[in-house]
Write a protein that binds this ligand. Structure first.
Ligand code: LLP
Length: 421
């Protein structure tokens, strides 16, 4: 459930008509709902109630400071994957002890930054990374708390570009070699081995792959404890999928996911961490765009919008589906017609949808892409020198611009001219 609903025929974000924001901010823009972010975070938090746990929001999904502050105020930890994300989490007031550092290619500078600024744990993904982190920690005279990410060789049954738990993927160490790698880690004085980490992919729409992976983690916990490791924390990654269409089957709910965790891992007495991103932010955000032209092509009509692939890359990159709805609700009984929905960027990949059934639309009309809150604004670029789309956060009847649209001069002035020119 989200808070983007029609009232009196106009799509609202909570209590604000989106047309009002469009007028104030211009299009395109991203808009997030505080109530939806809050609701989604709480669903996870409550699903793990009674277990020692921390929900670490995977901020790669949407990392605006205002979004981070909203979640941090609810008690969220953060899962970061770069020095930039670490700095963003700290700037939003998240204490180091609530930040976990994931990622397959952490640099020594990033390790230093997190060890100095404070860190809950590093999720280490390889032996060379272990060696580097050990060296950095010793140099600073500290011990780095770590889990090791294991690759359970489980098929997440999701899009190939976002599956991470198969042996052919670059992530984690093969679970079959875990005992050997944990023994190596335990011998490094700059590291403190505290747990196990696993993440098998994103947009999972079934619980079965989670169950398979978590059963392997449960077994490994016992084996590693028998080897003498003090395994006391399990980081179970993110990945729970969201409904991208109103009609399709609903993916499992956080409550069902929480029940699975309790069932498979609850008896181990470990602290549980999860790293959801998409489910918290995805349906808490939309992208609003305006129709520039309706162009009649050979046997098809193109709806040319002022948003493009640089603003929302998911359809071009993953063939992702985003529901598109008019801001002004069509009158009952109006017949829908097929449109190819495209942006102004100069390549055919700049296509959001083909043959999408929509009520008749005209120049100047406003539309919204639903489910665009996760991996939307964060993956945008200035391709074609198109300014990054502003972000707006709604809270009841209030709204605020939380990232403004850069001017052309601001974009151009980031370039510098060498002295020979
Ligand atoms: N933890 C780790 C280690 C991850 O790699 C990811 C996502 C998450 C947590 C959060 O997963 P989520 O709960 O959001 O599924 N750009 C793609 C998604 C990439 C996901 C990358 N890793 C998309 O637009 O679909």
């Amino acid at each position: 459930m989200d808070h983007f609903l029609y009232h009196n025929g106009v799509l609202h974000a909570e209590d604000v008509p989106l047309s009002e924001i469009a007028e104030a901010v211009g299009t395109p823009f991203y808009c997030y709902s505080t109530a939806t972010l809050t609701r989604h975070f709480r669903l996870f938090d409550e699903a793990l109630a009674g277990m020692d746990h921390l929900v670490c929001y995977a901020m790669k999904a949407a990392s605006n400071q205002a979004i981070l502050k909203t979640l941090a105020a609810l008690g969220a930890g953060m899962d970061v994957v770069s020095g930039g994300e670490y700095a963003r989490a700290k700037a939003a007031g998240v204490p180091g002890e609530r930040i976990v550092f994931s990622g397959v290619g952490k640099t020594r500078d990033e390790m230093r930054q997190a060890l100095i600024g404070g860190i809950r744990q590093f999720n280490v993904e390889s032996e060379p990374e272990m060696v580097a982190l050990n060296a950095v920690a010793l140099e600073l005279g500290v011990r780095a708390p770590i889990t090791i990410r294991v690759n359970p060789d489980v098929d997440a049954k999701t899009h190939a570009k976002i599956a991470t738990g198969k042996s052919e993927n670059k992530f984690g160490i093969p679970i079959a070699r875990a005992r050997e790698v944990y023994a190596q880690a335990a011998a490094l004085p700059g590291l403190e081995v505290i747990g196990i980490d696993v993440h098998i992919g994103s947009q999972l729409t079934e619980l079965a792959p989670f169950r398979l992976a978590y059963e392997k983690v449960a077994e490994l916990t016992q084996v590693l404890r028998a080897d003498g490791h003090d395994i006391r924390r399990l980081d179970l990654g993110g990945g729970l999928g969201i409904p991208y269409t109103r009609s399709n089957e609903a993916p499992p709910l956080p409550t069902e996911y929480g029940a699975l965790i309790r069932e498979v891992l609850g008896h181990l007495g470990c602290e549980i961490e999860i790293e959801p991103g998409r489910l918290i932010a995805g349906n808490a955000g939309i992208l609003v765009a305006r129709v520039i032209y309706v162009k009649s092509g050979e046997g098809r009509d193109f709806l040319i919008l002022d948003a493009a692939m640089n603003d929302l890359i998911r359809p071009a990159m993953y063939d992702a589906h985003h529901d598109i709805v008019p801001l002004v609700e069509a009158a009952p009984g109006v017949e829908q017609q097929p449109y190819d929905v495209v942006g102004p960027v100069c390549e055919s990949g700049d296509t959001f949808a083909k043959g999408r059934m929509l009520p008749p639309l005209a120049e100047g009309d406003l539309v919204a892409f639903r489910s665009a809150g996760a991996y939307g604004a964060v993956m945008s670029s200035e391709y074609n020198t198109r300014p990054l789309v502003p972000e707006v956060l709604v809270h009841g009847r209030d709204f605020a611009v939380i990232r403004s649209r850069p001017t052309f001069d601001e974009m151009i002035n980031r370039d510098t001219i060498p002295e020979w020119l």
